[in-house]
Design a protein around this ligand. Structure first.
Ligand code: CA
Length: 233
């Protein structure tokens, strides 16, 4: 069973009692919860902070939830939105979904039902997120293809990136030239060619040069290894 804890959730709800009830319950589930009491402030928070989920009431002072949802979507916020709507307003539900909400919950609701929706949305959210690949202080984000070492960005060409991603996914394993060639280039790769050596030396310059710990190792007669442990040769 999926159990997301430690998520960051924004609750936009003007009825203080309802807002606090949701906040308290979600905190007990291990989440960090911000509360906003009007549409303008809620929309602002949704844009400037990174939330894993937004719970958004439709009837709000200053700006209604449907406008808030539409605006944050237009500004590129992709955080899942759970809309809270009134029982008698089918129209609100449809408009909410059209405005980019992911799900809705009809008021009044039981906390268990809210929790079930929250879990489902967080699960979907975490399936979309590709985890960052890590070794020592080297980080690689397969979604954005952003590579950093010690927090500093490293600029790589497409091929250098592909090679590094393959190495980091197979860290602590010695990879032969043939294996690297087949995965990063193509199956017709000529293992006698020195192209991998050339790319490895580019990567060494960009990733290891000036660092205390070298991550890229050549294992004579066998291939290459990405490891933060000194390899036994
Ligand atoms: Ca309200």
């Amino acid at each position: 069973m999926f159990y997301a804890i430690g998520m960051k959730i924004l609750v936009v709800e003007d009825e203080e009692r309802v807002a606090q009830f949701i906040q308290k319950g979600l905190k007990e589930e291990g989440h960090a919860v911000d509360v906003s009491y009007d549409g303008e402030d809620g929309g602002f928070l949704a844009e400037v902070n990174e939330y894993d989920l937004i719970i958004l009431d439709v009837m709000l002072p200053k700006k209604n939830g449907i406008s808030v949802c539409r605006e944050i979507r237009e500004r590129g916020v992709i955080t899942p939105v759970l809309m809270l709507t009134a029982r008698d307003s089918i129209e609100d539900r449809v408009r909410g979904l059209d405005a980019g909400a992911d799900d809705y919950l009809i008021k009044p609701f039981a906390f268990d039902e809210l929790l079930a929706r929250v879990r489902a949305l967080l699960r979907r959210q975490s399936e979309h997120k590709t985890p960052t690949l890590l070794i020592a202080d080297l980080e690689l984000d397969p979604m954005t293809r952003l590579v950093t070492r010690g927090g500093k960005p490293i600029r790589l060409t497409t091929k250098e990136y592909a090679l590094l991603e393959y190495l980091i996914r197979n860290q602590n394993k010695v990879l032969s030239r043939t294996r690297i060639g087949e995965h990063v280039w193509d199956m017709n790769f000529d293992p006698e060619s020195n192209v991998i050596d050339v790319y490895i030396s580019h990567l060494r310059n960009k990733v290891d040069k000036g660092q205390k710990i070298a991550l890229l190792h050549t294992i004579r007669g066998q291939g290459y290894l990405l490891s933060d442990d000194s390899p036994l040769i």
